[in-house]
Design a protein around this ligand. Structure first.
Ligand code: MEV
Length: 312
């Protein structure tokens, strides 16, 4: 047994959050500038963890650590290793609970570090199943999108549990802004389920509408039509707001970005807090939108350049 290392990264959902839980497609983009690195180091004694959220015995860790703990235990069981004699370190710059996939990225980095520690390479299905153990604890009924997107290196089209690489020819800049408010994916997913029960016809129309936007956006991405992608983002935001998964803080950021010239903007991920994304034609525009987002309350802003995917 050796010191094992694993890495995964953030993601944003461009289209289809929440609708994907109800069978519609979604488009996610890897954000590899924000990463999570885990190490699993042999060390006699109880299983300990060192991270920005918690440091100490994994068995005695607070609720905050219940998803990573479930992932570590399931992975050690899969590898046939005891739940001891290990020090696990997690470091990274993916903000926690902001809709950027931090729970799946932490889980992915942990699974890889533990497999590497055991000198094993896991097949994709096993990797995803182990990440999913944590996602179930964190979110209840995850679609599996985050697990795929936090380990992908290209844009992802996700439908019916299957992820495939999405070819795009679009050049633009995606500005990601953190509202500073923790997102509540589990509550937000429950809120959509409740909407669908209370208003089935309108709910189904909104979910189908979000799916249709993902289909249309895939064509726009392939044809390099950023204005159309942006307009669809703003339309999606209206539908997500009606479903109850936006928040006043997110609405303010979306409006600030569009007023500053963004082609479109929306929340990303679970919502009810977390981040918004704004699409901008170029870096000069991104600087203007960035300033407007900060003035409207964003606590952190990242610029993510988008370009054509390499030919297969
Ligand atoms: C969370 O990043 C995305 C949601 O669609 C939940 C899921 O897909 O499991 C809200």
């Amino acid at each position: 047994l050796r010191t094992g290392r694993g890495v995964a990264h953030a993601k944003v959902i461009l289209f289809g959050e929440h609708a994907v839980v109800h069978g519609e497609p979604a488009i996610a983009l890897p954000i590899d500038a924000l990463g999570v690195h885990a190490t699993a180091r042999p060390r006699e004694g109880e299983l300990t963890v060192v991270s920005s959220l918690y440091t100490g015995s994994l068995a005695a860790a607070p609720d905050l650590m219940s998803a990573p703990r479930a992932v570590v235990h399931a992975t050690l069981d899969h590898l046939g290793l005891p739940h001891r004699d290990l020090e696990i370190t997690v470091v990274g710059d993916v903000p926690h609970a902001r809709g950027l996939g931090s729970s799946a990225a932490v889980a992915g980095a942990l699974v890889r570090a533990l497999a590497d520690h055991a000198g094993r390479t896991l097949d994709e299905a096993t990797y995803l199943a182990l990440v999913d153990v944590g996602e179930r604890v964190a979110h209840g009924s995850p679609s599996g999108l985050d697990a795929h997107a936090t380990s992908a290196s290209q844009p992802v089209w996700f439908e019916a549990g299957v992820a495939r690489r999405l070819a795009t020819r679009m050049t633009a800049v995606l500005v990601v802004a953190d509202s500073g408010m923790a997102g509540r994916t589990r509550t937000a997913v429950g809120c959509v389920a409740e909407f669908l029960e209370r208003r089935p016809v309108r709910g189904a129309a909104l979910v189908a509408g979000l799916g249709a936007l993902a289909h249309g956006a895939a064509l726009d991405l392939a044809a390099d039509r950023p204005a159309q992608v942006g307009a669809k983002m703003t339309t999606a935001q209206g539908m997500l707001r009606e479903l109850g998964v936006s928040s006043p803080e997110l609405d303010v950021l979306v409006d600030a970005a569009t007023a500053a010239g963004a082609l479109g903007a929306k929340l990303t991920g679970g919502g009810q807090g977390g981040c918004v994304i704004a699409l901008v034609a170029d870096e000069a525009g991104a600087d203007r939108v960035d300033a407007a987002l900060r003035a409207a309350g964003a606590v952190a802003v990242w610029h993510h350049p988008l370009g054509p995917t390499p030919a297969e």
